[in-house]
Write a protein that binds this ligand. Structure first.
Ligand code: SF4
Length: 212
């Protein structure tokens, strides 16, 4: 059994898969408390569902792309089995994880989108840097930034761990806190090899709308 907060169908908004139709399986619980969290409702609320029931619901959307998200999906061990079973059924599976729990047992077929928490998140000390050893070329590491301090920190981490040689790097902003134009200019000035992304769903729908 897994405790599931919600399952819904929407447009993927936060990775190189942005713009694609996607079924989101949001798992309950998170071990972090980021200052900018917009899914606090997933910290406790949810209902127990079997893997079979979850897969049945996912199949009902007739959509090949599935994202396992949270909260923090890796807090529930059975999420590993859910991802494996979805891969066995030939779904394209994305895992959105906060980067504080081990990813080493995640099925190789899953594309991992892993945060490295920046200083303004308040959760920087929770980053599990050993995870970088298990990141695949097809995975993505995401930095969500609230200001220049976060940006400078991200540059240092990219350099220190040679992240550009490991996988795709995503830069994103805390909605309403750092202007997209500001960070875009910094990226151009520094000629960084990163993908800047907006949380697309927050522009399509109301920024605080749930289930999109
Ligand atoms: S990791 Fe994600 S769900 Fe957890 S507190 Fe941070 S932003 Fe919220």
């Amino acid at each position: 059994m897994l405790k599931i907060n919600e399952i819904f169908h929407s447009i993927q908004g936060e990775s190189t898969y942005a713009g694609r139709r996607c079924v989101f399986v949001r798992l309950t619980y998170c071990n972090l408390r980021c200052t900018y969290c917009d899914t606090e409702y997933a910290f406790d609320d949810g209902a127990d569902k079997s893997i079979e029931t979850i897969i049945e619901e996912v199949e009902g959307y007739n959509c090949n792309l599935v994202e396992i998200t949270g909260g923090e999906p890796l807090m529930q061990n059975e999420s590993l089995k859910l991802m494996k079973n979805l891969c066995d059924l030939n779904f394209e599976v994305l895992l959105e994880t906060g980067g504080s729990l081990p990813i080493r047992d995640v099925d190789d077929r899953v594309k991992i989108v892993m945060d490295l928490k920046t200083p303004s998140s308040g959760m920087m000390k929770k980053n599990l840097y050993e995870n970088i050893d298990f990141i695949k070329k097809s995975d993505e590491i995401k930095f969500v930034m609230g200001g220049r301090n976060d940006y400078e920190w991200a540059k240092e981490v990219i350099e220190k761990y040679q992240l550009n040689n490991k996988c795709q790097i995503l830069f994103s902003v805390v909605f309403g806190q750092l202007e997209p134009v500001t960070i875009s200019e910094w990226i151009l000035e520094d000629k960084l090899n990163v993908i800047f992304q907006l949380q697309m769903h927050k522009y399509i729908w109301e920024p605080d709308k749930r289930g999109v």
